[in-house]
Structures are given as structure tokens and as C-alpha cells.
Design a binder for this molecule. Structure first.
Ligand SMILES: Cc1cc2nc3c(=O)[nH]c(=O)nc-3n(C[C@H](O)[C@H](O)[C@H](O)COP(=O)(O)OP(=O)(O)OC[C@H]3O[C@@H](n4cnc5c(N)ncnc54)[C@H](O)[C@@H]3O)c2cc1C
Length: 411
């Protein structure tokens, strides 16, 4: 049977015979799966990336890339085109709604340890689209993983295609299939943690919010016990993130009435046009184990956290790079999978727990703190900002350098 560069049969699958045979099958072409597949392909691994959707979703979730993630994307030659499509944000601010106080942290101070001392503000789908375009015929859209079975030599994966079920054989299956990961569910691994009672509402607008706030940065966390919000700039729009009462139906949250209430409160101007309005359920959950023999969980399939601090996608990309390095060593250099894959799981799960989960919970507690608690947290933060060593250590940790160092130190 004739095959293309991926080993796909020119006449499609046959009963009992896989339609493709690859070293690694990556499920899910979000930013995490797309980066994992790119890192593997560049190292000469035969990889297939399958995506349930007909394209990479153009959603407005992650928009902040931290400096070490930018270094990783650079190593894959994905950074230059992304820089062209995003905004450099060296400064991020914590603001107090009631007093107007501003604490501004400037990542330019880390220029001695990174070539990218800024956050890149850029929509996550731009990365997924860029990486999948580069991967060419290694990507199969409209292919949903519906079932898999692993044995001593590999994993047999069943994909739902538009008109049939296809079967693919791979030595390893990487699950980057997002928060509702079917692969995680089949593994029956506990997904421990909790779901926040409130919903998160994001609205985007072309309205120039910078005209209403003095010296607004591109990334701003505005704390208030009753109405905290986040203002984030991406190239085309401002994004406003607010919490919304779980008791209010989604249609009402997405209505013009809610939109008018949000902008009236924000800038005293209710009639602001929006480009997107989206509601999210937000969770703090971590899978009990990331490595399951030949099936490996990364990104949102493995862990979820609130978006305050912009850590979810970034940590997923860090999972992808950690795992890809180990799979390359196993597949190309004969390294011991039974040593390296559990190490991947230990390293990434440990920092997910110790840093990503803890930091995002702290960020939420800070932004919604009562006035008394906020006073104490902000006076401590002001101390950090005044002291050059503490300020540098704080930014080093927030920028995720520390979590990568912690992970690398785990055997
Ligand atoms: C409001 C909001 C703002 C956020 N902001 C940030 C931020 O600034 N910075 C940050 O780091 N993180 C942020 N996050 C988190 C970030 O969006 C996620 O962590 C990130 O999208 C995870 O990427 P992923 O590739 O693991 O999963 P996803 O992006 O969810 O991609 C999973 C992909 O898998 C596909 N798929 C699902 N099931 C299957 C299947 N069975 N077979 C094949 N394909 C399948 C899906 O169609 C999808 O394309 C934010 C989240 C929210 C809600």
C-alpha cells in the first residue's frame, strides 16, 4: 500500500490494520500539543498531531507568554513570527481600585538573565496556528481520539474521522486534549482539586481603555473585594476579565445589560462595543499522575488553574518541552523509558503543585481580598518593590524561571 510522509495508507484504514504507524501520536492541537509535536518533529521523531476540530480554535483564553516560554519557542524557531503578531509588555501592574495605588514591576530588570525580559501579549491560537502550519501533513484535523489501548510495545489509538473510525499505532500517546481530556478519563486517574463557585466573564473591546487610567500597563490586576478585574491588552483589543455570580444565567451574563453594567463601572461609559463575550468555569485541579506507561498527560489535560498570573498555558508548554526532550532521548538515543517518563511526571507534577497551583490561588486571594487583608498584602508587596533583591527574586519567580529550576533539580 502506498504511504505518504506520515505512513498513512493512500486508501485509508482497513479492518484490523492501522492506517498509520508513528513513534508518537499527540492528541490535541492547542498551544501545548502543537509545541510538543513541533519539538518532537524537529528532533526527527515521526509524529502525528490529531485535532478534533476542523482548525485550531480561535479562542481568547491565554494571552500572556512568560520569558522562559519565549526562550523555548525561540529554540523551536516559533518566536520571531509570534513577536511580530504580539505586544511586548515589560511592565505589569497591581492596582487598588479604591485608592488608585499602583505597584508596577518591570521585567527589563531581568535583561541579564534572559534575552526576552518582557511578557508577550499575544493570543494563544496564533501559536497553535503557526506551529500546525509548519507541521504540514503531520497534522490531521477533524480527528478525535475516542479510544486507545496500550500494550508492551505501543498504543493503538482509535480516531473518529468524518466518515469512519481510523486506527493508528504509536509507540507513545501524548494527551494534550485539554481540560475535558477523554484520554485522562479513560485512564481513570483522579483529577483532584475544586471548581470555583463563580464564573469568569471576559469581554473584549477596541475602546481605548488607556485613555481612562493614568499610565495603564498592558497587563493590570485591579484588586477590590467586591469588584476585582483584570485588564489585558492584545494587539487588536483590550480584554476585561471579571468574576460573575454563578446564580446568574449565562444568557444574562452575555447580554447587553451586563456589558453596559461592566463598562459603566469600569470607565463610567456603558455604551462600549465589544468584540467577544465569553464565560468560563474555572478549576484548580491536578491529575494524580502525569505518566501512565506509554500514555503521557500534558497541559490542561493534566492540570487546571485560574487565569490570574497567566500560568496555565505557559506551564503546559513547559510540560511539552520537558516531555519532548525525554521522548527524543528514549526514541533516538536508546535512553531508558522506565527511568525518564516517571521523572517527567515527577518533575512537572511537583512544580504544578508547589508553584502553579499555590501561586494562582494566592493571586486570586490577593485580588479579591477584604480591605484589611489587602492593606497588609499591598504594604508587603510595596516592600518587595522597594528592595532590589526581593524585587528581583519576586519577578524571577513570577516569570516562572524558579519553577523550571525546581523541576530540573528533581531526580
Ligand atoms: C480566561 C482565560 C484566560 C487565560 N489566560 C492565560 C494566560 O494569559 N496565560 C496562560 O499561560 N494561560 C492562560 N489561560 C489558560 C490557557 O488557556 C490553557 O492553559 C491552555 O489553553 C491549555 O492549552 P492546551 O493545549 O493544554 O489545551 P487546549 O487549548 O484546551 O487545547 C486542547 C485541544 O485538544 C482538542 N481536543 C480535545 N479533545 C480531543 C480529542 N479527544 N481528540 C483530539 N483532539 C482533542 C481540542 O479541540 C483543543 O484544540 C487562560 C484561561 C482562561 C479561561
Amino acid at each position: 500500500m502506498a504511504t505518504d510522509s506520515n505512513g498513512w495508507g493512500a486508501r485509508g484504514p482497513r479492518a484490523g490494520r492501522p492506517s498509520a504507524d508513528v513513534e508518537v501520536l499527540v492528541a490535541g492541537a492547542g498551544p501545548v500539543g502543537a509545541v510538543a509535536a513541533t519539538a518532537l518533529a524537529r528532533a526527527g521523531v515521526s509524529v502525528m498531531l490529531v485535532e478534533a476540530g476542523a482548525d485550531c480554535h480561535e479562542d481568547l483564553r491565554a494571552s500572556t507568554f512568560h520569558p522562559p516560554t519565549l526562550e523555548m519557542l525561540d529554540s523551536l524557531d516559533l518566536l520571531a513570527p509570534l513577536l511580530d503578531q504580539g505586544l511586548k509588555a515589560p511592565v505589569y501592574q497591581y492596582r487598588v481600585r479604591a485608592t488608585g495605588d499602583v505597584l508596577a514591576f518591570d521585567l527589563s530588570e531581568l535583561a541579564d538573565i534572559t534575552p526576552y525580559p518582557f511578557r508577550l501579549q499575544c493570543e494563544q491560537w496564533k501559536l497553535a496556528r503557526l506551529a500546525t502550519a509548519r507541521l504540514g501533513d503531520r497534522v490531521r484535523f477533524a480527528r478525535r481520539v475516542v479510544y486507545f489501548a496500550q500494550d508492551a510495545d505501543g498504543v493503538t489509538v482509535h480516531l473518529e474521522a468524518p466518515t469512519e473510525i481510523e486506527e493508528v499505532r504509536a509507540r507513545y500517546l501524548v494527551a494534550a486534549d485539554g481540560a475535558n481530556s477523554l484520554i485522562r478519563k479513560w485512564l481513570d486517574v483522579p483529577f483532584e482539586g475544586f471548581t470555583y463557585p463563580e464564573k469568569f466573564l471576559t469581554l473584549s473591546t477596541e475602546w481605548p481603555l488607556e485613555a481612562h487610567f493614568a499610565e495603564l500597563a498592558l497587563v493590570n490586576y485591579i484588586s477590590d473585594p467586591e469588584w476585582w478585574h483584570v485588564l489585558l491588552r492584545v494587539p487588536s483589543v483590550w480584554r476585561v476579565l471579571v468574576a460573575a455570580d454563578d446564580g446568574v444565567p449565562d444568557e444574562e451574563l452575555l447580554s447587553d445589560t451586563t456589558r453596559a453594567r461592566v463598562f459603566d463601572r469600569l470607565i463610567g461609559h456603558p455604551e462600549v462595543e465589544t468584540r467577544h463575550r465569553t464565560i468560563y468555569r474555572v478549576h484548580q485541579r491536578v491529575a494524580a499522575r502525569f505518566d501512565h506507561g506509554r500514555v503521557l498527560l500534558i497541559g490542561d489535560a493534566a492540570h487546571l488553574n485560574n487565569p490570574l498570573g497567566g500560568l496555565g498555558m505557559n506551564s503546559g508548554i513547559h510540560d511539552a518541552m520537558n516531555l519532548a526532550e525525554k521522548l527524543v532521548a528514549i526514541l533516538k538515543e536508546g535512553a531508558d523509558a522506565e527511568v525518564l517518563l516517571p521523572r517527567f511526571g515527577r518533575q512537572r507534577r511537583a512544580v504544578t503543585q508547589s508553584f502553579i497551583q499555590e501561586q494562582t490561588k494566592r493571586n486570586k486571594a490577593m485580588i479579591e481580598a477584604s480591605e484589611a487583608a489587602r492593606r497588609s498584602v499591598f504594604s508587603e508587596m510595596a516592600e518587595v518593590l522597594r528592595n532590589p533583591d526581593r524585587r528581583r527574586a519576586y519577578m524571577h519567580r513570577q516569570a516562572m524561571f524558579a519553577s523550571l529550576e525546581e523541576a530540573a533539580a528533581i531526580a
